[in-house]
Design a binder for this molecule. Sequence first.
Ligand code: ADP
Ligand code: ADP
Ligand code: MG
Length: 669
Amino acid sequence: MFNKILIANRGEIACRVAATCRRLGVKSVAVYSDADANAKHVAACDEAVHIGEASAQQSYLRIERIIAAARATGAQAIHPGYGFLSENEDFARACEAAGIVFIGPPVEAIAAMGSKAAAKALMHAAAVPLVPGYHGDDQDAALLQREADAMGYPVLLKASAGGGGKGMRVVERSEDFAAALASCKREAASSFGNDRVLIEKYLTRPRHVEVQVFADKLGGAVYLFDRDCSVQRRHQKVLEEAPAPGLNDDVRRAMGEAAVAAARAVQYVGAGTVEFIMTGADFYFMEMNTRLQVEHPVTEMITGLDLVEWQLRVAAGEPLPLEQAQLQVSGHALEARIYAENPARGFLPSTGTLKHLRMPQGVEFRLGDAGQRASVRIDSGVREGDTITPFYDPMIAKLIVHGATRADALARMRRALEECEIVGPHTNVEFLHRLVTSEPFVHADLDTGLIERHHDALFAAQNKPLREALALACAALIGREGGVAASASPWQSLAHWRLNSGFKQTFAWRDVESDAALSVAFSQDGAAQTLDCTGREEAYTWWRGAQAPEYGATIGDTHVTGRVFIDGDVFHVFCLGTAIAFEWQNLLAHAADAEHGEGRLTAPMPGKVIAVLVEPGTVVEKGTPLIVMEAMKMEHTIGAPAAGKVTEVLYGVGDQVADGAQLLMLEAG
Ligand code: ADP
Ligand code: ADP
Ligand code: MG
């Protein structure tokens, strides 16, 4: 086994590989770009080497920098993860030339499978079933058109060097073929620098079922069963599961053996995935991915094995840890890819800071030793406060669950998705929840068109528990503005709160998602409180939970607990398995701001205190200058937001203060 390896990747997969290294006592070296200096994967490794600017071209794809980093740190091997350089022949060759072990297949196997067309020719020779189609060298446009016409429409055009769904075009009619071919070639040339295409019969309602294979350097090869990855958007996977539902033992074995035959045909070594497209019990080879797959955890969950450990052992020259007859499937596993993206806008990637990130109770990565498998596992490459940038893949985390049966796993997944709290970029969490509770998915009626076919149901407006969520938002607001621990409250708001006497106030809210205005009337008379968010006044009590953002409320007969993450005036309520955001229309404060201009007690920006004009006990009028700050070479005078008495001055001349820091305390009056 190696003493030290370098991980030429970032995000969750780099963290994932580092976890196995730690468990096996292998030292790990991270590489990072300018954008990732404080990334989780850097902290997850023992050492880290900076390799360039934020763009992948200038960092994670720079072969010479990565080899130099491995040399400088004495790493004996390089794990490429997935994406980036993982299927790059030049990189595998450069490792070899530098005397560093590439944790992956031999250069020749990458090359053989790198071209989908050439791979199909090889698979044909190895008697692996292929989708009917054309994958020849002759790329003459007229010939391609004749081939497509002969096959019968619809057909699918693919970039031979392709990946990630790029260049793929479904062609419905002969008349459309020429234009689709030109556009496929254009995208292929710009994405892969190679415009070779192949044509396949476009199967309707197929399933994507793939087989995990493993081979060692001593001639051993096994399959670690199958995964169904049919649930896709833009031909890219969203939900994966293992084993593939509904395969009988004969089909399972036949696919496994075909996948091993495919691997043997290219003298494969290491972890690989043979992707098949299926209709009924018929399966056809699509392509082989010569690396660890994003969805490998579902296979780990059903086999109890650590595939990264296997990769390291095989790369170090050890035999496969188990033989085919020793491998068994136990239970069922599901994986959901949580992306920063906006499903409502065509799954457009979304960026931004993860202001609040709370994943379900699970374990980070735990397999191996005693073969324990957690029932909920989270593989993530980010932490709260990190930013999803436009530079890299917008995946936030993978949520993986295991259960004795598919139904058990499904129940866990549903629950786990309900426990995800993410504030910042848009995410697909709610969409995933709808998917896993949708009828076709629940009944394992899987095919690659599932999302499109059920589009209307999956995107239909949902009835959210607005009343309950509002009851919690109001609790958090009252807690913040008038509660006992209100020291961080903007003082101008306090003046409007008289919670002990007969008092009535209307809270104006905006439902952030629908933009609807919501008006809630709160009243208090002595200990009796009522809330009216439905046109009906109901008895209301609220309380804070034991852990910071937890709140509870009863409204009428309804009892609800949840968590409220407050971001400025936006209250993100997580309750009853959903997330709802309300923006508080702070009318009084807005009016006060407009009236008093600068009136506030907090620093409007980071800067230095250059004068303190009041002291404890000073009685001030609205607008009296309190403190002068200097920031960005300009002076800013902080004036009193309203009349009152200074009780405490929290900073002195020369102090640096952070943006938003409270500068003094005032007592209204
Ligand atoms: P899979 O079948 O495992 O999803 P893909 O080929 O679609 O395989 O890609 C694997 C993963 O790597 C995906 O999550 C994709 O977003 C990511 N990926 C692919 N290419 C790159 C790249 N050049 N840079 C960063 N990430 C990439
Ligand atoms: P990529 O390299 O982008 O992963 P694949 O060849 O693996 O490309 O195909 C990606 C997806 O496209 C498959 O998972 C499947 O959903 C769909 N697909 C591929 N080939 C066909 C086909 N012949 N008929 C119908 N759908 C297909
Ligand atoms: Mg594929």
